[in-house]
Write a protein that binds this ligand. Structure first.
Ligand code: F6R
Length: 614
């Protein structure tokens, strides 16, 4: 959702804020704005659209000041226009505020403030909050930090905020609840605040992740302190950032998405590095050590996630049920949290999330926790909310994923779930030693096999050119390739705006087959494995209706080659590992089609990378 960045210190704030906003733009790109405090004057510059538009607008302005706040918006309340953009001013323009989240009771608060004479110019919930803080500060004659604390006590909802005030030129006040906020401690009496560490890493590696209901006060004279909403002072826990700057750059690629697709040989390897040993024949997920036995004894595992991460869970379900013989239920987090699920102390609920911030996934976990379940996390972003509220978990180590469409995070999630499956199956004895050993070998070979698929990119680009103007597409797969079909369809939809559906191949004849004609491309995952012959039959059914087939096949396949209009070969592997390979050409197909259609690959319309609101 929205991105927040703020700076206070000895340097000019504007360049730091603009650069930070560009790094955060993946979180929302409906509008961007900054507020700067210079010689007692608080000025706001904000524009609908991307950060580049704000930069152009600010080019001839006097954007000076050593303290400032910046925001990039994904609109929730109110249209994405200049007025609704952040920062928002208080009544007399003494205070400005940026906000990520939703103030659910803003209407009630607004009415009260209107009664007291406040006038609002935007349609946002955020403007209500800044008026409320100002109102409390003046009425109660309290400090800015105390006014923020008191205001937040009457707020329901989610927030990460940073507040800047004319009367406190040496201070920024920030707070969080259910939306992330990181404080960077600079070298020379300076502080950075941001939604995630990406705008900070260039300047300092010393960070503090705020916890829910904590307020951070950074003051150039008095230093840094954290106060809980209950008014209790907390000791900041300073952490060392393990992120490098190159991971945040495009590194010669035209788009982040392409870079991230091509990073997969490395990211998959990083994900299993130190977690498997082929020679000694073991798999271990260090982060889950404490819960190993509970997992082994589990009668059922529930997985909660959204979007692409949900697809990874479905792959996990096929693997864990088949190989480790544990019942797995995969739930959309947004549904799970509202349907009074039957969960108890014996249950293990695993959340899978790239960002570790997805609001529905977090809420689903909180619900499971309140019912006594053990909650585990599989996250990519280190220090994220999910990784902090879970009892234990495993990081995917895919590195920052900036492209809004998830690619390397998906294959890393599937890698972790494969490791988990192998661990459980081995411990429970539901896999033979030779099958276990051979799967370990095959898993270790995956990064090189992904490399070989990526070498085939020019051919995938040619196929993309043929299909770039289609209006619909169908993706089919069976077994663990069914979630791959879902994922392929989602990638195409979200970045090229072509309507696409993923289906279990055999389900096609129960409805979708009616859609098939010579206009309809059907992407089929038809690799060697137990359901190969059945998928071949499904391809025949499509052919009989003149559908056009793009098939993902195992190297050397002849049968499908004769039927399909195009084949994309992937190296042979254990059938349980096919999702790690078959996904790659589908990512490239969507990528090229999106570029050819002139779409914004990295920042597709209406989407944001991290969905921190319901
Ligand atoms: C699709 C995509 C989304 C996310 C979903 C969950 O490419 O990126 O569907 O997978 O919003 O996000 P995380 O994994 O951060 O919880």
């Amino acid at each position: 959702m929205c991105g927040i960045v703020a700076y206070i210190g000895q340097k000019e704030a504007y360049p730091i804020l603009i650069k930070g906003l560009k790094r955060l733009e993946y979180r929302g790109y409906d509008s961007a704005g900054i507020a700067l405090l210079d010689q007692g004057e608080l000025k706001i510059y904000k524009k609908q659209g991307k950060v580049a538009i704000l930069e152009e607008f600010a080019a001839d302005k006097n954007c000076e000041g050593k303290v400032g706040i910046g925001h990039t918006r994904w609109a929730t309340h109110g249209l994405p226009n200049d007025t609704n953009s952040h920062p928002h001013f208080s009544e007399n323009k003494d205070i400005a505020l940026i906000h990520n989240g939703i103030i659910e009771n803003y209407n009630v608060l607004k009415e009260e403030l209107e009664h007291r004479g406040h006038k609002f110019i935007s349609e946002t919930d955020t403007e209500v909050l800044v008026h409320l803080i100002d109102d409390i500060r003046k009425r109660e004659k309290v400090s800015l930090a105390e006014a923020v604390r008191m205001a937040l006590l009457s707020v329901t909802g989610a927030y990460a905020i940073v507040v800047i005030s004319k009367d406190n030129p040496n201070q920024l006040v920030a707070a969080r609840k259910s939306s992330p906020l990181v404080v960077g401690i600079g070298k020379e009496n300076e502080y950075y605040l941001a939604s995630d560490a990406t705008p900070i890493v260039e300047y300092t590696k010393q960070v503090v992740y705020l916890n829910d209901e904590e307020i951070a006060v950074v003051d150039l004279n008095e230093g840094f302190k954290i106060v809980h909403l209950s008014n209790q002072e907390k000791t900041p826990y300073v952490q060392q950032l393990e992120m490098n700057l190159e991971a945040l750059e495009k590194g010669g690629f035209e788009h982040f998405m392409l870079k991230e697709i091509f990073e997969q040989p490395r990211s998959i390897h990083d994900c299993f590095r130190g977690r498997l040993n082929v020679e000694q024949g073991w798999v271990s997920l260090g982060g889950l050590k404490e819960y190993e036995q509970k997992l082994v004894n589990a009668e059922r595992i529930v997985m909660v996630a959204c979007g692409t991460s949900w697809h990874a869970c479905l792959v996990g379900e096929y693997l864990i049920e088949d190989l480790a013989r544990i019942n797995v239920e995969v739930e959309y987090a947004s549904e799970f949290r509202y349907r009074n699920p039957i969960i108890g102390e014996d249950d293990i609920v695993i959340a899978v999330s790239q960002s570790g911030e997805t609001a529905d996934t977090l809420a689903a976990l909180e619900l499971a926790k309140s019912k006594g379940a053990t909650i585990l996390g599989i996250c990519n972003v280190v220090g994220s909310s999910i990784s902090r509220i879970t009892d234990a978990g495993s990081y995917t180590h895919a590195g920052p994923e900036i492209g809004v469409a998830s690619t390397k995070a998906f294959t890393a999630q599937v890698t972790i779930l494969t490791l988990l499956t192998l661990f459980l199956a081995h411990k429970k004895g539901t896999i033979s030693q030779s099958a276990f050993q051979s799967m370990l070998c095959d898993l270790e070979a995956i990064p090189d096999q992904v490399k070989r698929i990526l070498e085939n990119d020019p051919k995938i680009k040619e196929i993309s050119a043929i299909y770039k103007d289609v209006r619909n597409a169908l993706y089919l797969g069976r077994g663990s390739s069914f979630p791959v079909a879902l994922e392929g369809a989602l990638k195409l939809k979200e970045i090229s705006y072509i309507h696409a559906e993923g289906y279990p191949a055999a389900e096609m004849k129960h409805g979708p087959i009616a859609l098939i004609d010579e206009e309809m491309p059907v992407v089929v995952i038809a690799t060697k494995g137990t359901s190969y012959e059945k998928v071949v039959s499904n391809i025949q059914e499509v052919k009989a209706r003149k559908g056009r087939i793009i098939a993902i096949v195992t190297e050397g396949d002849r049968q499908v080659k004769e039927l399909a209009d195009h084949v994309i070969e992937i190296p042979e592997t254990n059938q349980y590992l096919v999702p790690l390979l078959a996904t790659i050409p589908l990512q490239l197909l969507s990528y090229h089609i999106s570029v050819m259609r002139g779409c914004n690959v990295d920042q597709p319309r209406n989407l944001a990378k991290s969905v921190t609101v319901e």
